[in-house]
Design a protein around this ligand. Structure first.
Ligand code: PMP
Length: 382
């Protein structure tokens, strides 16, 4: 009675598991080089307290939202937050989702119809793949950031009647690199293709006030939909889809994670609103970018940059082939107080297992120097 039905235990046995809930969040003694808290806002007591005041000012101190947005779970503060987000991200409209995962599921699962074609970068996040999979459209992957292959696939598979969508990320979650968004957006507009950009890892780092890469490149009008998430640099959780009024009205009526799930509770909404004020702090961003530049310089001085995936963001990955090897490297860093987690296959393709460094405004140049010297020693087999 205690064992799983056969097929589940087989599946558990043949997959190398890295999914254990026994792995706790890092202890405060360890140096965080792996969380998504790029600006350090998740641990800000000020934001937590200001969120209380934000709610008190609106007489909205409740713990639950009581239902889906379409029933009892809508409120003046949901609408107020959406208006803040719409202005912050320079969008025509914004609609909240409970997470980035839900936003991608809701957006892609509802807008893509039978007869549509979806061309997605081969490295897009699992939530994008699941969203596309739950739709009735035909999906093809193009080689990572390869616009020529995108063009070829489009020419060969252009739908007769349906729409064509291109889906990408403005900063890729496992490589930290970016597509040429300007070129991609131009190509999409000229080809009559709708471009969807997930900005999960760009928000807070790029663009005026941290509004992301689409705004940074002035492409708001050329992008059909953007997904912005609040669990990373914004330090909270939740997400929004940004787009035209028509798109947002469509999602409110067709996106299942929005219609059939209890909406974000008041304190979360308040944290997201207040944290967007904090994100405008350019000092934090400057600190982070100085650290990212310092990381690059250190890789060069240690002659290990060839081992790292080229990136222009706070995500920097050292490829260490083999699950055992990369786990060993992570353990070695942990012995010296650094929390950098191994990303093993099949989460990333076989042979591209890696240590994924996330840099933060609160890390120091000394920490980076020490951690990278350990990585260099690992590569030299010392
Ligand atoms: N998109 C991307 C690119 C992501 O990296 C993530 C989170 N890893 C998500 C969406 C999902 O966001 P959330 O954690 O808010 O569900």
């Amino acid at each position: 009675m205690n064992s799983f039905p056969g097929n589940l235990s087989n599946r558990l046995a043949c997959r190398e598991l890295d999914g254990s809930l026994r792995q706790l969040r890092l202890s405060s003694e360890m140096i965080d080089l792996y969380s998504n808290d790029y600006l350090g806002l998740a641990n800000s007591p000020e934001i937590y307290q200001q969120a209380d005041s934000w709610l008190a000012a609106r007489k909205f101190q409740r713990s639950g939202s009581t239902g889906s947005r379409l029933l009892s779970g809508n409120s003046a503060i949901h609408l107020e937050l959406e208006s803040i987000l719409q202005q912050f991200y320079k969008a025509e409209r914004a609609v909240l989702f409970n997470s980035g995962y839900d936003a991608n599921l809701g957006l892609l699962g509802s807008i893509i119809r039978r007869g549509d074609l979806v061309l997605m970068d081969e490295l897009v996040h699992a939530s994008i793949r699941e969203g596309v999979r739950s739709s009735l459209g035909r999906a093809l992957k193009f080689r990572h950031n390869d616009l020529n292959q995108l063009q070829e696939l489009y020419d060969r598979n252009k739908p007769e009647d349906g729409n064509c969508y291109v889906v990408t990320e403005s900063v890729f979650s496992m490589d930290g690199d970016s597509p040429n968004l300007g070129e991609l957006a131009n190509w999409c507009v000229n080809s009559g293709v709708r471009l969807i950009v997930d900005e999960a890892h760009a928000v807070g780092l790029f663009g005026p006030n941290g509004s992301g890469r689409v705004v940074d490149a002035g492409l708001e009008e050329m992008v059909f939909a953007r997904v912005v998430t609040f669990g990373k640099a914004v330090g909270c959780h939740g997400a929004a889809v940004l787009g035209s009024t028509q798109l947002i009205e469509f999602l409110v009526n067709f996106a299942k994670p929005l219609i059939y799930s209890t909406s974000l509770p008041p304190h979360s909404l308040a944290c997201i609103a207040v944290a967007h004020e904090a994100v405008t702090n350019d000092e934090l961003r400057k600190k982070l970018w100085k650290l990212i530049d310092g990381f690059e310089a250190e890789l060069n001085s240690l002659s290990i940059s060839d081992y790292f995936v080229p990136s222009d963001s706070a995500i920097r990955c050292a490829v260490i082939r083999g699950n055992d090897q990369v786990k060993k490297a992570s353990a070695q860093l942990a012995k010296h107080g650094f929390d950098v987690r191994p990303i093993i296959s099949p989460t990333v393709p076989l042979g591209t297992e890696r240590l994924r460094f996330c840099l933060h405004a609160y890390n120091t140049a000394g920490e980076i120097e020490k951690a990278l010297s350990l990585v260099a020693q690992f590569y030299k087999g010392e």
